[in-house]
Design a binder for this molecule. Structure first.
Ligand code: UD1
Length: 418
């Protein structure tokens, strides 16, 4: 396994370009399964999850050509088979192949997915939505087995919660189902729009309306298309927080700033100095930061994927803060590790109380889930002395080798095998 050795009180200078979004790329890669024609994708991040998704699609017979940051996926002669347990176990996004396989073949068999251990993360909303389109499911020996009697058909589906994955699964399946589908209370995350844009380029007829309504007119088949993956708003937000924590002048560029408006308004409320342009954010040193109260919520609310990072920052504010986590029930696993680094955070049910005015001190810590891992990196960069972050494979699922990105801009971040 790998670990990171990070020197604290780090410098940070210059700028960073943000690459394509993992959470946008994964469903878009899966959407290639809906068509016999080639899908050309640009601006893919170099991440383990992208490699895993390529492996999963290849196991179905997809032909994938990778060239630098680009991928060409052709699913002409795909074969339907059990999804590879070893990949599905590592990556929850594997469940996204369910809708496309049912739409294209009429049956699918996938082991129950894994991914980050941030709660029970059931798939009932995915299954109930696909049932409304005409699929039937049984769950047997850890596998979800789905079947469609004739062809998937459009329907009105009101989601009990705006699940991102369920919205994507239903959206893909409904694109080639017979007739019209309306998804109500759909997730409105920018990644959903990126998927809908790609599907429409392939010939789908999808209209995203305001207030969580998506209308889809099913088409018979999809054609070839080409798409540039949108910039990763969570990676962008993480690096903005890094610069605020280190209190340095820094530029985060090639982003869609509006996608992280909930973060930037929270940071401004705390006293951070930001110059926000459409496609970049300039961070300037600020005199001091004060504590605030936030809660995570579906887009456009504060993203759960930036909760751990802002918690790290809140420890440095000059007054106390509070975070209520509304999306996942077990997403405070970074708290004991941040406390090892010198934070004082107390969790009561779904609320974390963050004591301000803390100084991080170098320590050995253990990374738990993807965003938790990076919150420890942020704290370590600000700490006095050296920190060792063990078990960083989750970090590599979501951040391109951080020693080569942030690590090239001032901080000393070294990777070691252990
Ligand atoms: C996606 C993101 C993840 C992000 C999350 C919320 C990807 C690959 N991952 O995950 O980074 O943290 O959105 O923004 O895009 N739920 C159910 N039943 C379901 C589905 C979900 O109860 O069938 C619950 C989950 O347990 C969770 C909440 O709904 O508590 C949100 O989950 P969801 O929006 O589906 O997240 P993911 O798509 O898994």
């Amino acid at each position: 396994m790998d670990r990171l050795v990070i020197k604290g009180k780090a410098d940070l200078k210059g700028s960073i370009k943000i690459k394509g979004s993992k959470n946008s790329a994964l469903p878009i890669m899966v959407s290639a399964l809906l068509s016999k024609n080639t899908l050309k994708l640009k601006n893919l991040p170099k991440l383990d999850d992208i490699k895993n998704m390529s492996k999963l699609l290849r196991s179905y017979g997809a032909i994938i050509k990778a060239n630098k940051d680009n991928l060409e996926i052709k699913c002409h002669n795909v074969i339907n088979r059990d999804a590879d347990y070893d990949i599905v176990r590592k990556m929850r996004a594997s469940i996204l192949i369910l809708g496309p396989l049912l739409a294209r073949f009429g049956n699918a068999r996938i082991s129950l997915p894994g991914g980050c251990a941030i709660g029970t993360r059931p798939i009932d909303i995915h299954l109930d939505g696909l049932k409304k389109l005409g699929a039937n499911f049984v769950v047997e020996n850890g596998y979800v087995i789905g079947e469609v009697s004739k062809q998937l058909h459009g329907n009105n589906i009101a989601l009990p919660f705006p699940s991102v994955g369920a919205t994507e699964n239903i959206l893909m399946a409904a694109s080639i189902a017979k007739g019209k589908t309306i998804i109500e209370n759909a997730a409105m995350e920018p990644e959903i729009s990126d998927l809908a844009i790609t599907l429409n380029k392939m010939g789908a007829k999808i209209k995203i309306e305001k207030k969580g309504v998506i209308k889809i007119n099913g088409v018979k088949s999809l054609s070839k298309a080409s798409h540039k993956i949108m910039s990763d708003r969570i990676v962008a937000g993480t690096f903005v927080i890094a610069a605020v924590m280190l209190n340095k002048k820094f530029l985060v560029k090639e982003i869609e700033s509006s996608h992280i408006a909930a973060l930037t308004s929270a940071l401004i409320k705390m006293g951070a100095k930001l110059k926000i342009n459409k496609n970049s954010i300039q961070i300037m040193p600020s005199k001091s930061l004060n504590g605030i109260k936030i809660q995570t919520a579906p887009y456009p609310g504060f993203p759960t994927d930036l909760q751990a990072q802002i918690m790290s920052l809140m420890s440095l504010a000059n007054s106390n803060s509070q975070i209520k986590e509304n999306i996942f029930e077990n997403r405070f696993m970074h708290v004991p590790e941040l406390n090892r680094l010198g934070a004082k955070i107390i969790v009561k049910k779904d609320i974390a109380h963050i004591v301000g005015n803390r100084n991080f001190k170098g320590a050995q810590v253990m990374a738990s889930d993807l965003r938790a891992s990076v919150s420890l990196v942020l704290a370590a960069l600000c700490a006095e002395g050296e920190s060792v972050i063990n078990r960083i494979y989750h970090l590599d699922r979501g951040y391109e080798r951080i020693e080569n990105t942030l690590g090239k801009l001032g901080p000393s971040i070294k990777r070691q095998k252990y």
